[in-house]
Design a protein around this ligand. Structure first.
Ligand code: ADP
Length: 191
């Protein structure tokens, strides 16, 4: 069973690389950001609340995310060989919740992949994406806020997994194929 976390600042390419990883290793893809945007599109109660946080570049409260996660961990189709968590955990509290949820099910986090890209490149990628994404958070003001929230709240998650000896940093600059090859080398070393 592979339970992989892909982490990194907004715009680092988590979503793109997750798609490649899912295909190669037959994993289930869990993107909390995509799930939240689906709720927003469907104008559910959760979506309306989430929207007010996301548009400002803030994180959605931890308790709104944990339920989504439990469902994803427990609803794995037979053919899946594990899960890739994309955009989760984003706070140390979420990391603690994840470890508890997995432990209770006799499962383990395999590795956290930290995709590293410098801020200048991140901002340029996100502004470019904003031209077509229609996302309310892909504008300069909100991007800067998200990068700040990442540093303050999400970067400490890396330290949490360093202590567990489950941290791997990946150079996130280069072509999609080059980056994927770096990721495959790390995952294969854990098989
Ligand atoms: P990005 O990495 O580009 O910011 P995501 O799709 O992962 O894109 O997340 C978009 C937004 O959704 C975040 O800025 C945050 O507001 C919200 N979000 C996603 N995942 C979480 C999470 N695990 N905890 C809290 N908020 C989240």
């Amino acid at each position: 069973m592979l339970n992989i976390i892909i982490c990194g600042a907004p715009g680092c390419g988590k979503g793109t690389q997750s798609d490649f990883i899912v295909k190669k290793y037959s994993l289930k893809h869990l993107s909390t950001g995509s799930l939240l945007r689906k709720e927003i599109r469907e104008k559910t109660e959760l979506g309306i609340i989430a929207d007010s946080y996301i548009t400002k570049g803030n994180l959605v409260p931890d308790n709104m995310i944990t339920d989504i996660l439990i469902k994803a961990v427990d609803d794995q189709p037979e053919e899946c060989k594990g899960i890739i968590l994309d955009g989760f955990p984003r706070t140390v509290a979420q990391a603690e919740a994840l470890e508890e949820i997995l432990n209770k099910r006799n499962k383990k986090t395999t590795v956290l992949l930290d995709l590293q890209v410098d801020n200048e490149e991140l901002i340029s990628r996100l502004l470019k994406r904003g031209e077509t994404s229609g996302r309310s958070d892909d504008n300069l003001e909100t991007i800067n806020k998200r990068l700040d929230v990442y540093e303050r709240k999400t970067a400490p998650v890396n330290d949490f997994y360093k202590k567990l000896n489950k941290y791997a940093n990946i150079d996130g600059k280069g072509t999609m194929e080059e980056i994927f090859a770096r990721i495959v080398a790390v995952i294969d070393s854990k098989l």
